[in-house]
Ligand binder design. Structure first.
Ligand code: ADP
Ligand code: MG
Length: 247
């Protein structure tokens, strides 16, 4: 416990909320504390991710304790893996479940494809029950068209990464079912926050009807608009800030 608190102090982590779990000091800690899937650990090692970054130390245990998270850490500090690692682990521990479980909303197509690339590295060669590959997709124009025309089934995907407008569009057309989604992640939430985003977020949230839905937001800054929106849509959230909170 002392070590963990010392670690938190070393990167000036500011964590607030009820019953906050201790940070991890290494990816191996995830094996002992959360039975991290070996294949996931191997994919981390194969990609030379040897030590967790501060935001990963804090956010991964929070997500694995099924907490709603408002996270703020500088650009380049590894926020993507901070939400991808627990998401993949949660899918692996419920491998019999079918239907879309993870939904990641990103402000731009370019950022969405970066998240897709990182997620693909970590889910590489992982099979679920009945030898079904863990399937991650970027909601591109062509995938949207295939879903609309029922060329592919939306049941096939475990994780979808998308921009807000493309998502809202496909949901309106009833071509993507979000009722199973357990993990909803808004990345770069500060950039998502323009006038229309609050409405977009409401629309997305109302389609994610699973009562066990867990929500998180990651960004480099927490403008006051984000803070108040997060407080209104989240349940008993934990706020994690690494470094300075900027407005
Ligand atoms: P952010 O979203 O906070 O701006 P990214 O998630 O894009 O940052 O990560 C920035 C870079 O750091 C990426 O190239 C990523 O692969 C790398 N990275 C992330 N986590 C680790 C880690 N634990 N060890 C080494 N490199 C990492
Ligand atoms: Mg990022």
């Amino acid at each position: 416990t002392d070590d963990a608190l010392q670690l938190r102090k070393s990167y000036r982590g500011n964590v607030s909320g009820h019953d906050v779990p201790l940070p991890i000091g290494s990816f191996e800690d995830l094996v002992s504390r959360f039975k991290l899937d070996r294949r996931l650990l191997n994919n981390l090692i194969d990609n030379h991710f040897t030590e967790p970054t501060p935001i990963q130390c804090e956010a991964i245990p929070l997500a694995l304790h099924e907490r709603d998270i408002l996270a703020c850490a500088p650009t380049g500090s590894g926020k993507t893996l901070a939400f991808i690692i627990p998401l993949l682990q949660q899918i692996l521990t419920n491998e019999h479940r079918e239907g879309l479980q993870g939904l990641i909303v990103s402000p731009t197509k370019e950022l969405a494809s970066q998240i897709f690339a990182e997620c693909s590295k970590l889910s590489h060669k992982i099979l679920l029950a009945k030898k079904r590959p863990l399937t991650v997709a970027l909601l591109s124009k062509s995938l949207s068209a295939k879903l609309r025309n029922k060329v592919v089934s939306d049941k096939k995907y475990d994780i979808i990464i998308t921009t807000p407008l493309r998502l809202i569009d496909i949901v309106k057309q009833e071509a993507l079912d979000l009722s199973n989604v357990k993990h909803l992640i808004f990345d770069e939430a500060d950039k998502l926050l323009d006038k229309t985003f609050v409405e977009q977020a409401d629309s997305i949230l109302s389609s994610c009807s699973n009562p066990q839905l867990r929500r998180s937001m990651f960004s480099a800054t927490i403008p006051s608009g984000i803070e108040s929106m997060a407080q209104s849509i989240m349940h008993d959230p934990v706020r994690v800030i690494i470094g300075h909170k900027e407005a």
